[in-house]
Design a protein around this ligand. Structure first.
Ligand code: KG4
Ligand code: ZN
Length: 335
């Protein structure tokens, strides 16, 4: 069974084909970074218009690249939320119209479930149950995962998501959009130990996160320096170290409480090397195995949506003809 996956929730147009027996057949991604960079962030209306321009050519290209035609596709999975309403509608209406024309089922996929299942695309995927840390631009979630659709939310961000904190801090350090990867690059030139940032909400019980205070801390620290390139690199280092430490402390707590021995980490921020290393080191000490998607599947992509859609279809789920998207959609609502 071949599932076409479509991702248009934010600033990447992603398409992929996943085969239920053979695995991932192919995937393509068009990034809108250059489109939004002059505005310093995603402009929703520009995002929607660009998805309209790119989506159908990408679908045609992926079919062509893999010598497939419409009759080889058995279902179309699309991101139905959470995300930008207009961007989601482009993917949803295109996917649903194609599915209707090709007389195949359409499957509405939760974007964060896509991230959660992305490590399943790797050669040695985790078995259920596990702890999932999902760290993207819009969400920071700690979830106890018992099986497909069995998600117990253990903790989440009460304000800025980890990726959002990276992006906002990067802006203060005068880095371009998207700031996360650029801040991480700057941090490689930073000096360890010069600044010590707080580890928010780690001194009390619980598994929720709060990263917005780090912005204020960054601003105050920056204003107390001459803002030389080295000052900025040292601040980037300390910020990244604080986020990595905070995520690691909360994951350790979740693993100890649940007694689970598998940790998956996914979402854009899981591409961060220092965060990966910090979590991997902690997990080794806890005798826990870690699973990350390959770097290109940490950030938004069509492959994770095709995979999630395939699992949902195999479980007997698909949509009726009504088209709706959910810009806000708690993952704990999934069944
Ligand atoms: O999962 P994703 O591609 O999109 C959302 O679902 O939000 O995550 C994007 C987020 C952005 O905030 C971006 O700055 C961050 O992931 N990000 C990183 C890195 N690569 C992407 N943050 C820190 N270090 C990175 N290497
Ligand atoms: Zn995402």
């Amino acid at each position: 069974m071949n599932i076409l996956g479509i991702e248009t929730s934010c600033d990447e147009t992603g398409v992929a084909i996943y085969n239920s027996e053979e695995g991932l057949i192919g995937h393509l991604l068009h990034s809108q970074v250059s489109l939004h960079s002059e505005y310093g962030g995603v402009v929703p209306e520009l995002a929607s218009r660009d998805h309209i321009r790119k989506l159908i050519p990408l679908v045609q290209q992926i079919l062509r690249n893999n010598q497939l035609t419409a009759s080889d596709i058995n279902g179309i999975a699309y991101t139905a939320g959470p995300g930008l309403a207009g961007a989601l509608l482009v993917g949803a209406t295109t996917a649903r119209s194609m599915a209707w024309t090709w007389k195949i089922p359409a499957i509405a996929v939760h974007h964060m479930e896509g991230h959660l299942l992305a490590p399943m695309l790797e050669p040695d995927p985790p078995e259920f149950p596990f702890i999932a840390l999902l760290v993207s631009g819009g969400h920071t979630l700690l979830i106890q995962v018992e099986g497909l659709g069995q998600y117990h939310l253990l903790g989440e961000s009460l304000d800025d998501a980890a990726g959002e904190a990276f992006d906002k801090t990067a802006k203060m350090l005068k880095l371009a959009y998207p700031g996360g990867p650029l801040l991480s690059k700057l941090a490689t030139k930073g000096t360890q130990g010069r600044f010590k940032f707080p580890r928010p909400m780690t001194d009390r019980p619980g598994l929720d996160f709060s990263f917005s205070g780090l912005k204020t801390f960054t601003m105050n620290t920056l204003q107390n320096t001459d803002q030389t390139p080295q000052d900025r690199a040292d601040i980037a280092y300390a910020f990244q170290e604080a986020v990595a430490d905070t995520l690691t402390i909360k994951c350790r707590r979740a693993l100890q409480q649940s007694k689970l021995k598998r940790l998956i980490v996914s979402g854009g921020v899981s591409a961060n090397i220092q965060i990966r290393q910090s979590l991997t080191k902690m997990a080794e000490l806890e005798n826990v195995r870690t699973y990350f998607p390959r770097l290109e599947f940490c950030t938004d992509n069509g492959a994770m949506i095709a995979y999630a859609g395939c699992q949902r279809l195999l479980a007997g789920q698909h949509e009726n003809l009504e088209i709706h998207v959910k810009p806000r959609w708690p993952i704990s609502d999934l069944k």
